[in-house]
Design a protein around this ligand. Structure first.
Ligand code: 5GP
Ligand code: MG
Ligand code: MG
Length: 182
């Protein structure tokens, strides 16, 4: 059966095999960097769930996982200003090494503002691991320690990423046809 998403996809940007290989490398790096440390990885709902579930199984050291849902102010195609926590993590991160797991970093505002808020909870360290990065779109400096792929400024879906809440269940990352949203 053909996947319904394929009708609306211009091209596949990253295949599931490419993603799988890169996720393996990221898992190895994280395992090495955090060995002997109290690691808690927090996935940002909902876009990171597919990436996170693959990535955590490539991390070979003890880790805790948790989730948060946030929404950026000033919706539209870009986000700016402050970030609102819609669902908070359940674990206490004080003294732990926090790794934020995100799907994509675009303007950078969401993660910039979120990091600022989370610093107040006094984790031992905070780093970001992002599957996708659009460097051309950056408006604010964000230190992203782990990046899966730098991608061009095109709207992508799949592997957890949505458009209007759909397309998350597509195994590749693809560029959405402009006709779908224009
Ligand atoms: P930022 O605050 O960095 O501008 O926003 C990042 C958020 O914008 C991501 O978490 C994601 O929800 C959304 N976003 C940015 N670019 C894309 C894209 O190409 N595809 C999808 N599906 N979401 C995107
Ligand atoms: Mg996101
Ligand atoms: Mg979204």
């Amino acid at each position: 059966m053909q996947h319904y998403v394929e009708r609306d996809i211009e091209k596949i940007l990253l295949s599931k095999d490419q993603i799988e290989a890169r996720v393996g490398e990221l898992g190895e790096q994280i395992s090495n960097d955090y060995e002997g440390k109290d690691l808690i990885a927090v996935g940002i709902l909902r876009g990171s769930v597919v990436f996170f579930s693959d990535l955590m199984r490539q991390v070979k050291i003890p880790m805790e996982i948790d989730f948060m849902a946030v929404s950026s102010y000033g919706k539209g195609s870009t986000s700016s200003g402050s970030v609102q926590i819609k669902y908070d993590m359940q674990e206490d991160i004080r003294g732990k090494h926090l790794l934020i797991i995100e799907d994509i970093i675009d303007s950078g505002w969401t993660l910039h503002n979120l990091m600022e808020q989370l610093r107040g909870r006094k984790p031992e360290s905070i780093n970001i691991c992002c599957l996708l990065n659009k460097p051309d779109r950056r408006e604010v400096e964000v230190p992203v320690k782990y990046i899966g792929f730098d991608i061009p400024d095109e709207f992508v879906v799949g592997y957890g990423l949505d458009y209007a809440s759909k397309y998350r269940n597509y195994e590749h990352v693809g560029v959405l046809k402009r006709s779908v949203y224009e």
